[in-house]
Design a protein around this ligand. Structure first.
Ligand code: HEM
Length: 112
């Protein structure tokens, strides 16, 4: 059963551009990590001011291995401003397990 780890980050208005810019230049190492399934950076539009870094993993162990790896450290040591380095203990990490999921059903008429 997949596990979702979400890091909820509050970013001051004047730092948001920089924060997003840094994700555009992110290390890109997580993609090749064993057990990694999905990543999304979610920008808040309504109802909250927290960015969410959504990650999905094949197991708790896969996430823990990445989080204690050099790849994680390298992905978080750049920039040198107050958004980094990212100490895991200061992160607001939410943990979920995936109970149900679905994607779109192909619509024959819209294909081709
Ligand atoms: C206070 C804690 C954290 C902050 C402020 C933070 C912020 C950032 C920032 C700004 C980046 C872009 C790269 C950079 O410039 O460093 C990044 C990369 C990333 N962060 Fe965090 N992060 C934190 C902890 C975490 C945690 C606990 C997770 C787990 C869900 C996570 C997931 C990721 C992922 C998947 C990337 C992309 C890595 C890659 O491309 O290989 N972060 N983070």
């Amino acid at each position: 059963m997949s596990v979702v780890k979400i890091n909820a980050v509050t970013v001051p208005k004047d730092k948001q551009d920089r924060f997003e810019e840094r994700f555009r230049g992110r290390a890109g190492a997580v993609e090749s990590t064993p057990g990694f399934e999905w990543f999304e950076l979610l920008r808040p539009l309504e109802g909250t001011d927290q960015y969410l870094v959504y990650t999905r993993w094949s197991s708790h162990e896969a996430y823990e291995a990445w989080q204690s790896s050099q790849d994680f450290d390298r992905a978080h040591d750049g920039g040198g401003d107050t958004l980094a380095p990212a100490a895991p203990h200061s992160a607001h990490v939410w943990t979920y397990e995936v109970l149900e999921y679905a994607g779109p059903t192909a619509n024959q008429e819209n294909q081709g």
